[in-house]
Ligand binder design. Structure first.
Ligand code: MLT
Length: 255
């Protein structure tokens, strides 16, 4: 498993979404390493981590994160995830509640896929294996970013597209099948007792604001931040506001 590990202080593990890699978190790492130990894994099958066959379930990806923490001597950490990374973060807190100091849930949701969404995942997995990532990247891009970002910020578009194109088809396919299998955690989340920050782009077309509002209403210890002029990849589209909210939250957690 490839990862970056930098900084000294309380540990924060940032888990990327699909079909991205740990470079998603470069700006968060830069903003936090003066005060925190920041760990950013490439999940199984993404970035420089090896893919495995069969579904990469959210539980398995969460176990991978737990093993990485063991390897790094980190007992407890703030677990932060964006989108699929949020599904993994929730699977992590369910399996290892005592290892979670706080949660950051960005552009994600607690509910499982609908039957229709599961079918689409299977089709997308076949498409990735048969045709590679270019088609998937093209069809996902307009859903990931706001129309404004797509038309006016070519550097952000390129960064997101390049991450998708670098993803191994096997890694993407396994994660798609894993996401399709994930359990519904909408009820489970009401048992979460650690501080949680929920962040979402106002224009998120994949995990809309309503999904975050649902999590916020169930997690008594949560705080919701809606980022204006941001879509699904809100940490890249509104980096300053995202980091501002994150630092404020961490200041409260570690006060
Ligand atoms: C992600 O950004 O991780 C995925 O788009 C989430 C999903 O497809 O449910």
């Amino acid at each position: 498993m490839a990862y970056d590990d930098a900084g000294i202080g309380p540990a924060i593990v940032f888990i990327h979404g699909y079909p991205f890699n740990r470079s998603l978190w470069t700006e968060q790492m830069e903003a936090l390493t003066s005060r925190f130990r920041v760990v950013t894994p490439d999940l199984r099958g993404f970035g420089e981590s090896e893919a495995s066959e069969g579904p990469a379930t959210m539980n398995r990806l969460a176990q991978d994160v737990g093993k990485l923490m063991d390897h790094l001597g980190i007992d407890k950490a703030v677990i932060a995830g964006l989108s699929m990374g949020g599904y993994v973060a929730l699977a992590f807190v369910k399996q290892f509640p005592s290892r979670v100091k706080a949660l950051v849930l960005a552009d994600t949701r607690a509910q499982a896929d609908t039957e229709e969404a599961k079918q689409t995942r299977v089709q997308q997995a076949e498409k990735a294996m048969n045709e590679g990532m270019a088609g998937i990247a093209d069809s996902m891009l307009p859903k990931l970013l706001t129309p404004e970002t797509v038309s006016k910020r070519p550097e952000v578009v390129k960064r997101v597209r390049d991450m998708m194109l670098k993803t191994k088809p096997q890694g993407a396919a396994s994660a798609l099948l894993g996401m399709a299998e994930r359990e519904d955690l909408s009820e489970f989340i009401s048992t979460i007792r650690v501080p949680a920050m929920i962040l979402v782009g106002r224009e998120d077309a994949i995990t809309p604001v309503a999904d975050s509002e649902k999590m916020h209403s169930k997690i008594a210890t949560s705080h919701l931040v809606v980022l204006e002029n941001a879509g699904h990849v809100s940490n890249l589209e509104q980096t300053e506001h995202f980091n501002f909210a994150l630092v404020k939250f961490l200041d409260r957690v570690f006060a």
